[in-house]
Design a protein around this ligand. Structure first.
Ligand code: HEM
Length: 132
């Protein structure tokens, strides 16, 4: 078997994120957040995700924020709960491991594992039910 290499550039990130989204969008537990609750336009959404991860892993300054706001909005439409975060992380880590190995791949998983619970904590604080 060919040895896996590490995440090296934006193209690698794109490959990782595209595969992750293929699985996440079909997932029975979290799929509908993407396909129905936010009904994302993949062509617009994916490059934002590449920017986000490129900035995290390679400090490119390519992501300008607003991530929390998007998830607060989602959470107001359909509760984002622990089980959803657990599945998100499971799918993300599985995809990283399937495609890559090395310090940057480890960093990606560590960052995801750190961000997910902090996002969850913030959602509890910011939660305001929609009036309609
Ligand atoms: C239960 C777990 C999660 C679900 C179901 C979820 C779902 C989504 C959806 C549907 C969007 C698109 C929202 C929109 O454009 O209106 C989104 C955006 C995003 N998500 Fe998540 N997400 C989850 C956790 C995470 C985690 C843990 C991270 C980071 C490690 C993350 C990073 C992002 C980023 C960077 C965006 C783009 C925000 C922007 O447009 O600027 N998400 N997420």
């Amino acid at each position: 078997m060919q040895e896996k290499r590490d995440i090296e550039n934006r193209e690698d990130i794109a490959q990782l994120i595209r595969a992750f989204y293929t699985h996440a969008m079909q997932d029975e537990l979290i799929g509908t957040f993407f396909t129905e609750v936010a009904a994302i336009n993949l062509e617009e959404h994916l490059p934002i995700m590449y920017d986000f991860w490129e900035n995290l892993l390679f400090h490119t300054g390519s992501y300008y924020g607003g991530m929390m706001q998007k998830h607060i909005r989602l959470h107001q439409k359909k509760l984002l709960e622990s089980q959803h975060f657990a599945r998100w992380l499971e799918l993300f880590e599985r995809e990283v491991d399937r495609q890559f190995a090395g310090p940057v791949a480890e960093e990606a998983k560590t960052r995801a594992r750190t961000i997910a619970p902090s996002m969850q904590e913030k959602l509890k604080r910011f939660y305001l039910p929609m009036t309609r």
